[in-house]
Write a protein that binds this ligand. Structure first.
Ligand code: SAM
Length: 238
């Protein structure tokens, strides 16, 4: 099967419509990531088929969540090479997207991606979630926060929940041990104003992988002391 067909068929299996133009953009994104990956460390997945399934389709699987919609203000914390948000932005062009990563090289890479793909209403910021979460231009400004493979849940909610407006949602992609992580993070979730809404089990097309997506709703404002200073959430998780 050709790369384009795997992508089209994978989307269809998840009930997601993708146009030829969007497939073209996804392929261009794949090419840029794999080209840049030769000179900097963006991903360990170099095989085309795996890239489409484990990066593109895995990112796109967030669209099976009702809380992920067009015309939202979204931030992707620790986006790395742009997962999950660049594939989502291609499918939801009317979203207003902030990409955040603590690696300046990755932000340079993402700026090039945005230029090459002609993406609009998007900004890439080099910084730490602990700092930006205390900046009033970003704090409690977003409808949706995304994060994939960034930190354990008890740390991650301190990074992510301060960015959400009350009634906004945190959509987080995790592996099979999610329920245990939620137990450990219960105090942090409550303290930061979150409430676990539901867990969605994701069957990735063409793969036998157990993925889960957690949806947390922000029901109360986050206390101003959170997020704590850089490094504190990981050294002393709540
Ligand atoms: N989300 C991407 C993915 O799923 O492929 C990247 C995952 S990578 C394992 C984690 C990324 O989070 C790295 O690019 C790292 O620089 C970034 N990161 C880690 N801690 C961070 C923090 N406190 N603030 C901002 N970015 C952070």
């Amino acid at each position: 099967m050709k790369a384009e067909e795997i992508l089209y068929d994978g989307c269809r299996q998840m009930g997601i419509l993708i146009t030829d133009k969007q497939i073209e953009k996804m392929m261009e994104f794949k090419k840029i990531v794999l080209d840049w990956n030769k000179k900097m460390n963006l991903t360990s997945i170099k095989n085309e088929r795996d890239f489409i399934i484990k990066h593109l389709l895995d990112s796109i699987s967030c669209l099976t969540i009702d809380e992920v919609k067009n015309e939202q203000k979204i931030i992707d914390i620790g986006t790395g090479a742009g997962f999950p948000s660049i594939p989502l932005k291609i499918l939801l062009p009317e979203t207003e997207l902030t990409l955040l990563d603590s690696s300046s090289k990755k932000i340079g890479f993402l700026e090039e991606v945005c230029r090459s793909l002609g993406l609009e209403k998007i900004e890439a910021i080099h910084g730490r979630a602990e700092e930006l979460g205390q900046n009033r231009d970003y704090r409690e400004c977003y409808d949706l926060v995304l994060a994939r493979a960034v930190a354990p849940m008890n740390v991650l909610v301190e990074y992510c929940l301060p960015f959400l407006k009350v009634e906004g949602h945190f959509v987080c992609q995790k592996g099979p041990r999610l329920e245990e992580e939620i137990k450990t993070a219960k105090i942090a979730i409550d303290t930061l104003g979150g409430e676990v809404k539901y867990i969605e089990k994701i069957s990735l097309p063409f793969e036998d992988l157990d993925h889960k997506i957690l949806v947390i709703e922000k029901v109360n404002s986050s206390p101003t002391k959170y997020p704590r200073k850089v490094g504190k959430p990981t050294k002393k998780p709540m």
